[in-house]
Structure formats: structure tokens, C-alpha cells
Design a protein around this ligand. Structure first.
Ligand SMILES: NC(=O)c1ccc[n+]([C@@H]2O[C@H](COP(=O)([O-])OP(=O)(O)OC[C@H]3O[C@@H](n4cnc5c(N)ncnc54)[C@H](O)[C@@H]3O)[C@@H](O)[C@H]2O)c1
Ligand SMILES: [Fe+2]
Length: 389
């Protein structure tokens, strides 16, 4: 390589990951080997708890001598109050290891709770990048959706006030240990499988085209992630018990998470967040709704990169860069159609009158918009929402 050719970059990710079908059912034994802690605090949501997804892990922890406290009050797009209650409960229980077991919402709460249990920093001082001081309790993350990649990111997203989402970004939020047990994802319904899987694909695409921190490691991860996700999304939606598809999706979402933790996401996410804020449309679905319009909007400026992604996904072809980029966009649109995820804002009860407000709100997400291959003005945002409508 020619001297000075590689732009300096850093790449961070949790230090250890166990990938094992059925691992949650022997969680006690695994955890006992990792930490001296014997009082486990599990952060999850009621849906998962009531569906019995936690049960094998709980049985195993108790059999291994752990005291277990379950906090199952996490809700989608969690507000600050859920986090603060969680911290109080963990303190009261005297727990010495925190386990996030659930989707992105549960894992987001788990990581920041593990910090706040040992800290007296007020939450409002933590928003932004690198504001957390001090340490945290040992933290294990176990995803049950193949989506957010939150198990490997250093970000917690909270809903503040009525409609706004804010992020805490800090190295302390990287887990000590990650467990990928795809058996936990078997009961995820088809629509959730589609939406969370598309969210993961958006992470890979936006990391690959990210304007500021794109780097060779995130690139490799993003391409591999997109391949796994693209090849298995429809199979996982059609038959949730397809073990190969579930394992590939969970690994793909994880690799995409590692990519975007280091090369951040852009306009799809910036336009998706106001949909979550105002209409409580789930995160993955919001991304699925905005992906098509943003891909088309970026397709000329990002053509060389989209063409490279086409090479990662599609059979080889001699076509030119722009045609190849179009082939990539078409492939993504077809996949989304086949997954069954809704593709129009009107189908999820967004009103046409609210589009200018959504566009204005999207402008608040400059942290993300700066990473987009093309600048997005408020007028552009409005056109993109109209296209999605
Ligand atoms: N920290 C990050 O890096 C990051 C990145 C993207 C999104 N997020 C956040 O993650 C959240 C979205 O996470 P999500 O999409 O994983 O969904 P989620 O955690 O909000 O869960 C959504 C629903 O799916 C259900 N569910 C989850 N796993 C299941 C399973 N295996 N079987 C049956 N039902 C299951 C849950 O009970 C819940 O009702 C949002 O709050 C978003 O802001 C965080
Ligand atoms: Fe996302």
C-alpha cells in the first residue's frame, strides 16, 4: 500500500462474543465462568417474559446459584422514566451483574442502567458523546431481535419529552460480553422479523456510505452483514423456525451493528426517528418506510458505493456504475416487498398534513444527516416524506 494512503481510524467493539444456538438455556453456567457476581439483574419487556422467552435462562441462572431479579417494564422507544425506575430496582436488589435480554429497547436500557447504578451523574448531563464518567456493573447483552445491533453499540436512545429521541454515546456502554442465541428469535412474528431485519440492512448500507467515519473494518463488516441479511430475510419471515435463516439474520444484524457503531448511520435514520416520535411507529418499520425514497435520493451521488454493495449481493455483471447502483436499489426494494413490511406512510396512519412537521423535526437530527452522501435540506426531507406517503 502506498505510504499515507490509509486514513487513520479507530474501531471499537465489545471484547467477547459467544455465538451458540441454545446458549441462553445454559446462561447460569456460562455467566458463573465469566464473573464472580451471583446476583443477576435482567432487563427485558413484558411481552418477552410472558411469552416464556426468558424461562430457560432463568431456570439455568437459578440452578447455577444466582439470585435473579427481573425488570420487565421496558417498552418500545423507552422514555427516561423507564430507565430511572430500572436503576432504582437494580440498586434495591443489590445486583452485581446486568443482563439485557430483549430487543434494542431492553438492551439500551440495560447498558445505561449498568452505568447509573454505580453513578450519581444526573441523566440530563449524559446526552451527547463521551459525557459519562466512571464505570458500570458487569454487562451482558443478549438480543432477541435480529435488528438494532444494540448489543455491540455504545449508544442508548431514549425518548425525551413527548416526541424527541436523544442518544447517550459513551465507551462505557460497550458490553463486556455478548451472547448470540438465535433460538431466542424463533418466536419473533413475521412483521417484526421483516422490520427489524430491514433496520439491520439499513445499518449496513448507511455505515458503508457514511461520509465521516467509514473505514476498512466497518466496510468489510457492512458487506458481510448485508449479504447475510439479504440472503435470509425472506426465509426468516416465511418460516420463523428456519434455524439457518435465524442464525444468519442474528449474525448479520450483529455485524451491521459493529459497522455502524464505528461508521454512523444517516438520512434513513434521521427521517425515521420523527415517525417513531410522533406516531410510535416501531424503529425497524420507520426505517423500512423511508429506505426506498432515501436510496433513490442518494443513488447518483452514492453510485460507486451502491455499485460495490451490488457486487456483494448480486451475481457479477459488466454493467456500468450507475446501472449497477440502480440494480442494488431495485434489489433492496424487491426484498422489502417480499418481506411483507408496509411501504407507505398512509398504510400506517400517518397524515399528509403532518409531513411538514416531520420534515422540520428531521432537521434536528443533524448528528445523523451529516453522514448522508447527499445533503438533505428541509425541502428535500419533505419531498422524501411525500414520496413515502
Ligand atoms: N442502541 C442502538 O445502537 C440502537 C440502534 C437502533 C435502534 N435502537 C433502539 O432500539 C429500539 C428498537 O428495538 P427493536 O427493534 O429490537 O424492538 P424492541 O426492543 O422495541 O421490541 C419490540 C417488540 O418486539 C418484541 N420482541 C422482541 N424480541 C422478540 C422475540 N424474540 N419474540 C417475540 N417478540 C419479541 C418485544 O416484546 C416488543 O414488544 C428502539 O428504542 C430504538 O431507538 C438502538
Ligand atoms: Fe436502526
Amino acid at each position: 500500500m502506498a505510504e499515507g494512503k490509509m486514513t487513520p481510524f479507530t474501531f471499537n467493539t465489545p471484547g467477547s462474543m459467544l455465538v451458540e444456538w441454545g446458549a441462553a438455556a445454559r446462561l447460569g453456567e456460562i455467566l458463573a465462568g465469566w464473573f464472580p457476581a451471583r446476583s443477576a439483574f435482567i432487563v427485558t419487556d413484558k411481552g418477552l417474559n410472558q411469552a416464556g422467552v426468558l424461562a430457560p435462562a432463568l431456570t439455568s441462572l437459578k440452578a447455577a446459584g444466582f439470585t435473579v431479579t427481573v425488570f420487565d417494564d421496558v417498552v418500545a422507544d423507552p422514555p427516561e422514566s423507564v430507565l430511572l425506575t430500572c436503576v432504582d430496582k437494580a440498586r434495591a436488589a443489590g445486583s452485581d451483574v446486568v443482563i439485557g435480554l430483549g430487543g434494542g429497547s431492553s438492551m439500551d436500557i440495560a447498558k445505561l442502567a449498568a452505568v447509573l447504578v454505580t453513578s450519581d451523574q444526573p441523566l440530563k448531563e449524559l446526552y451527547g458523546i463521551g459525557k459519562v464518567t466512571g464505570g458500570r456493573l458487569p454487562l451482558v447483552q443478549i438480543p432477541t431481535t435480529a435488528g438494532t445491533g444494540s448489543e455491540v453499540t455504545n449508544i442508548t436512545i431514549l425518548t425525551t419529552g413527548e416526541t424527541t429521541k436523544m442518544g447517550v454515546v459513551a465507551d462505557q456502554l460497550y458490553a463486556d460480553k455478548v451472547i448470540l442465541d438465535a433460538e431466542l428469535t424463533v418466536g419473533l412474528p413475521p412483521l417484526h422479523t421483516a422490520a427489524t431485519g430491514i433496520d439491520a440492512m439499513v445499518h449496513a448500507i448507511e455505515a458503508y456510505t457514511s461520509r465521516h467515519k467509514k473505514n476498512p473494518v466497518s466496510d468489510v463488516l457492512a458487506r458481510a452483514a448485508l449479504r447475510l441479511l439479504s440472503d435470509n430475510l425472506v426465509a426468516a419471515c416465511e418460516d420463523g423456525s428456519n434455524r439457518d435463516a435465524r442464525e444468519a439474520m442474528l449474525l448479520g444484524a450483529n455485524l451491521a451493528g459493529q459497522a455502524f457503531a464505528n461508521a454512523p448511520v444517516a438520512a434513513v435514520h434521521a427521517l425515521a426517528y420523527p415517525l417513531g416520535g410522533h406516531y410510535h411507529i416501531p424503529h425497524g418499520l420507520s426505517n423500512a418506510l423511508m429506505l426506498g425514497p432515501v436510496l433513490r435520493f442518494n443513488a447518483t451521488a452514492a453510485a460507486p458505493l451502491y455499485a460495490e454493495l451490488a457486487d456483494a449481493l448480486l451475481p457479477p455483471s459488466e454493467e456500468g456504475t450507475q446501472a449497477r447502483a440502480t440494480a442494488f436499489v431495485d434489489h433492496m426494494l424487491t426484498l422489502m416487498d417480499r418481506s411483507g413490511a408496509p411501504r407507505q406512510l398512509r398504510a400506517v396512519k400517518v397524515t399528509e398534513e403532518s409531513l411538514p412537521m416531520l420534515a422540520s423535526d428531521a432537521m434536528l437530527q443533524q448528528r445523523l444527516l451529516v453522514n448522508n452522501p447527499v445533503e438533505v435540506t428541509e425541502a428535500d426531507a419533505l419531498r422524501l416524506y411525500q414520496e413515502a406517503f
